[in-house]
Structures are given as structure tokens and as C-alpha cells.
Design a protein around this ligand. Structure first.
Ligand code: DX5
Ligand code: ZN
Length: 224
């Protein structure tokens, strides 16, 4: 199986006092996307960044900005992040009153829409809207914090989403978020993911290029 493998660097674990440099460095190290975790202390018990920070990051990198909204309600902030330079915008179905409307609003704003499944969110939420999406993001931790342990049963969910995407036969990225590191990234890829969010395992490393190489090495070894 020769699927692409994209690494999305989650800046949640970056040094926020030097955010621009951190972004430049992980992209230079080989990260494909910059993953922005947007938390509102309402949908999740943590508070992070808004569109102003997204706009500032967009000025320092050409890498696509992968905005993960953990906010409720979704629509106004989705539009604000679209204006702030996001490429992909994903949201949690539990946080939107009208999931179809939110997906269309993101696409109409010029971004690629994604839906995020928490560990306990049933796959049924994809039933009618999968053809409208460019991305499905499977959470392998409960949203709200970086540095949590990967929940193993989410691998079965990744495989089930992969089967649905393949059956549909349309290009939809399958991203996994939470606790991904060199020791488990190959298993996540084997389950069917093509896009890997890495936060603490990347920004916590002393040498970013070396850590990206380790992640890619583990992916390559898993394919062999
Ligand atoms: C959790 C966030 C993740 C997380 C990833 O709510 O969506 O992006 O920060 O960080 P690690 O890789 O440390 O689990
Ligand atoms: Zn995230």
C-alpha cells in the first residue's frame, strides 16, 4: 500500500514565546502541515489561540495551516480562521447545531472541510456527509491537552474510517491526532491513516530534523 504520509506539527507543544521561530524550524525540519489546536474552555477544558495567532503564523510559513477547532459554537470562528489563512478547517460534530451547514460554510470560505471524531464518537456521524469532506480526523486521545497517551482501540476506528473512504473512492485525507510518536506511528499508518499529528513527540525533541527523520523511518520500516 503506497499511501502518502504527511506529518502535521501540532504547535500546542511549541514554545509560545518563540512561536514564529518554532513554526519555521519544524517546517524546515520536514513537517508538511502546521496543526493549530483551537480550544475555547467551553467545548474542551482548555484555552489556546484565536485567529490573530493564525494570521501571524500564516505570515511566517508557506506550509498549509491545518486548523483543528475544539470550539462551540463553530461557524463564526470557522469563518474567522478562513480569513486568517487556514487551508484545512476541521470541527467536532457535537459542537455544531447543523453539521452539513458548517461543512458547506467552510468550503464556501475557500477552505477544505474536515470532521473530527472523538474516541467515543460513533462513525454514524459520517453517514450522510462523508462525500462533502476533504478530511476525517480521528482523535486518539480525548481533546483538550497535548502529551496524553494514545488510546489503542482508536486504531480499529481508523481502519473502519479507511474502509468507508476507500469504498467511496474519493480523495479524503485520514488524519490521526493524539499521542503519536516514533514507536506507534507505523501502527497508525497500518490502520489506514495518511496524515499524522505530532505535538509533544516533535516539539519535545532536542533535534527536530532528527525526530522527523525518526518518524519517517518508522513509517518506511512499517511498510517494508
Ligand atoms: C489535543 C490536540 C492534539 C494534541 C497533539 O486536543 O488536538 O493536537 O495537542 O499533541 P500530542 O502529540 O502531544 O498528543
Ligand atoms: Zn489537534
Amino acid at each position: 500500500m503506497n499511501r502518502p504520509a504527511r506529518i502535521a506539527a501540532s504547535i500546542l507543544s511549541a514554545d509560545f514565546a518563540r512561536l514564529g521561530d518554532e513554526v519555521t524550524q519544524v517546517v524546515a525540519a520536514g513537517a508538511d502541515l502546521v496543526h493549530l489546536d483551537v480550544m475555547d474552555n467551553h467545548y474542551v477544558p482548555n484555552l489556546t489561540i484565536g485567529p490573530m495567532v493564525c494570521e501571524a503564523i500564516a505570515r511566517v510559513t508557506q506550509a498549509p495551516l491545518d486548523v483543528h477547532l475544539m470550539v462551540k459554537p463553530v461557524d463564526d470562528l470557522a469563518l474567522a480562521f478562513a480569513r486568517a489563512g487556514a487551508s484545512l478547517i476541521s470541527f467536532h460534530p457535537e459542537a455544531s447545531q447543523h453539521v452539513d451547514r458548517t461543512i458547506r460554510l467552510i468550503r464556501d470560505a475557500g477552505c477544505r472541510p474536515g470532521l473530527v471524531l472523538n474516541p467515543a464518537t460513533p462513525l454514524a456521524c459520517l453517514d450522510h456527509v462523508l462525500p462533502l469532506l476533504d478530511l476525517v480526523l480521528v482523535m486518539s486521545v480525548n481533546p483538550g491537552f497535548g502529551g496524553q497517551a494514545f488510546i489503542p482501540y482508536t486504531l480499529d476506528k481508523v481502519a473502519a474510517v479507511r474502509a468507508r473512504i476507500d469504498k467511496l473512492g474519493r480523495e479524503i485525507w485520514l488524519e490521526v491526532d493524539g499521542g503519536v510518536k516514533p514507536s506507534n506511528i507505523a501502527a497508525v499508518a497500518a490502520a489506514g491513516a495518511d496524515t499524522f499529528v505530532v505535538g509533544s513527540a516533535l516539539f519535545g525533541a532536542p533535534d527536530y530534523p532528527q525526530r522527523v527523520a525518526e518518524l519517517r523511518g518508522a513509517l518506511a520500516a512499517g511498510k517494508a
